[in-house]
Write a protein that binds this ligand. Structure first.
Ligand SMILES: [Zn+2]
Length: 415
């Protein structure tokens, strides 16, 4: 049996108030106890003037696009941004570029104290890297296709997807969690038949499902009457064949009609919702992956995350990809939100970056807080002001970055 003791100036379980001069006891990769350190124990590893918090959970990213950092400027048009991204997407480059991009994404995530990732990707490369990564990874295989693309077996064949699924078994024990789910991309890029198959698939298998939803005003227009910049984009890409029948409703109502809300989905962005949509989301077990800095990048209208939280909707934090952000750090997202929003509490912010993401990935019994029995996944962040009496404020308003990161009690950074 392996037993490790960590002493630190502050231990922040998230599920309970921070403990000053705390001691964390870990056995076989699991937390056994958290308490005030009663005297010096020579076997304890002293982490010094630092905060120990649960490893952060990034509920939405595309590590494949890590190589796109700073290369896709936003010039006021979302479809123009998509067109630019399509040109430089590593998927269209050499295989090793894609592999390097994903690997670099994992590296940057770990350095930032992220120990659990919900990553969207496609193809065998990403599966291999998900399975090898030293952190918890819920990988969502992306499926999409509209109009003439539906004839393309590569994109559409669920047989192939099922085969890919079998190459990674879900593992909930052991050193880190590995799961694979499915992600129909978005209502404007993914035919209703694919959504239906995806919903059927998760109904049969119990896999996770995730989709981008209500991201832009253009998406609302497209679903409402099949017109607008997204329709124009599909036409330019040669993907418009007139077969799309606009449902004439909101994106949230659209996926509700498809039965997707019955499967505890992770809904990404959800930037444009009305009160009725909020009611629907609250009636179901949905999680929202809110991406604050990506939302700012695209100059979206204010997100309704506080109203969502007030209605009991699980709102977690995603960084989105580096094509629309400048780091893969969830802590950077929380600090950004802290600087922008005087009304949200520090406790809510911390939860959004940890346990809410764990809940969205149905792993809150294992990760997301520091509690006895849970995995010892830890981010260690040096105090900005060692004399502080409010470590949460120090964490959320300071600039310190993770000095070390542990998964199941094992140090993975620095290594
Ligand atoms: Zn995304």
């Amino acid at each position: 049996m392996s037993r490790i003791l960590f002493d630190a100036r502050w231990i922040m379980p998230v599920s309970s108030p921070p403990i000053e001069n705390g001691r964390l006891v870990i056995e076989n990769g699991r937390i056994v106890s958290i308490d005030r350190a009663a005297g010096r124990d020579r076997s304890a590893i002293d982490l010094g003037d630092a905060i120990v918090l649960p490893g952060l959970v990034n509920a939405h990213t595309h590590l494949e696009l890590t190589a796109c950092r700073g290369r896709v400027p936003y010039r006021g048009s979302f479809v123009d941004w998509i067109e630019q991204l399509t040109i430089i997407n590593p998927h269209n480059g050499p295989d090793d570029l894609l592999e390097k991009s994903i690997g670099e994404g994992f590296k940057q995530s770990i350095t930032a104290g992220v120990t659990t990732l919900a990553d969207i990707g496609a193809g065998p490369y990403v599966l291999r890297q998900w399975s090898r990564a030293p952190i918890n990874t819920v990988g969502f295989l992306e499926v999409l296709g509209v109009g003439p693309m539906l004839c393309n077996d590569h994109l559409r064949s669920f047989g192939k997807v099922t085969e890919l699924f079998q190459s990674i078994a879900d593992v909930d024990s052991g050193e880190n969690l590995k799961r694979v789910g499915i992600s129909p991309h978005a209502p404007y890029s993914t035919d209703i038949s694919i959504y239906r198959e995806a919903v059927h698939f998760v109904g049969q298998t119990g896999r996770h499902i995730c989709t981008h939803l209500a991201e832009t005003r253009e998406e609302l227009q497209f679903l409402s009457d099949g017109t607008g910049p997204l329709r124009d984009l599909l036409e330019r890409f040669g993907l418009w064949d007139g077969s799309f029948e606009p449902p004439g409703c909101s994106p949230v109502e659209y996926v509700r009609q498809l039965g997707l809300l019955e499967h505890d989905p992770l809904l990404v962005h959800v930037n444009y919702v009305d009160d009725k949509d909020l009611g629907l989301l609250a009636e179901h077990q949905c999680s929202i992956a809110f991406c604050p800095r990506s939302q700012r990048y695209f100059e979206h209208e204010p997100h309704r995350y506080r109203e969502m939280l007030a209605r009991g909707i699980n709102v977690c934090i995603g960084t989105d990809s580096l094509a629309s952000n400048d780091s893969l750090s969830v802590l950077d997202e929380l600090r950004f939100l802290r600087s922008q929003d005087q009304k949200i509490s520090n406790r809510q912010l911390l939860e959004m970056g940890t346990i809410a993401g764990a809940g969205a990935l149905k792993s809150d019994g294992q990760i997301g807080t520091l509690e006895s029995g849970k995995k010892a996944d830890l981010a260690v962040v040096p105090l900005n002001n060692p004399a502080t009496t409010d470590p949460v404020d120090d964490l959320l308003t300071g600039e310190s970055v993770s000095s070390s990161v542990y998964v199941s009690g094992k140090r993975i950074y620095p290594n």
